[in-house]
Design a protein around this ligand. Structure first.
Ligand SMILES: [Zn+2]
Length: 148
């Protein structure tokens, strides 16, 4: 089997926002938050969409669940390959792992509050683009994860 992936390393944040919105149907801040999580996981764990796995906990209702599509698009962990598990609930967290080791990503309160308080559609697109350009450390906490 030939493994095929999108080369995110050589893609501008504008191009990535465009591709994401084409996949998901609109550009929103939660979608981009998920995409950033997936990019971080891919960068730190594995670039193979078959080696990486994810387990996401969050309320399964849009717009927050748009995060899951961002995660699938960039991380390579997808429901179709059965390496993505989604759980309905709180607190919001995304575990990414390869084998028995991985990372837990928890969105920072500040970023979630900021998204919640933006209601105008146009502002949401702008906020999405801003989040895409942020450092990983500005939008989520990272903890080590080891399989029990
Ligand atoms: Zn959405």
């Amino acid at each position: 089997m030939k493994v095929r992936t999108i080369d995110f390393d050589n893609m501008s944040s504008e191009e990535l926002c465009k591709r994401l919105s084409e996949f998901h149907g609109h550009l929103g801040p939660y979608l981009v938050l998920g995409a950033k999580m997936g990019l971080y996981a891919k960068k730190t764990l594995s670039s193979s969409p078959f080696e990486i796995a994810a387990e996401i906990t969050m309320p399964l209702k849009p717009p927050i669940s748009c995060t899951i599509d961002g995660i699938q698009f960039t991380s390579g962990a997808t429901t179709g390959k059965a390496n993505l598990k989604v759980l309905d609930g709180l607190p919001i967290r995304a575990i990414f792992y390869k084998g028995n080791e991985g990372v837990v990503l928890i969105p920072k309160e500040g970023i979630i509050d900021k998204i919640r308080h933006q209601v105008d559609h146009e502002d949401l697109e702008e906020l999405a683009e801003q989040i895409m350009k942020k450092d990983y450390t500005d939008i989520f906490e990272v903890e080590k994860w080891i399989k029990q």
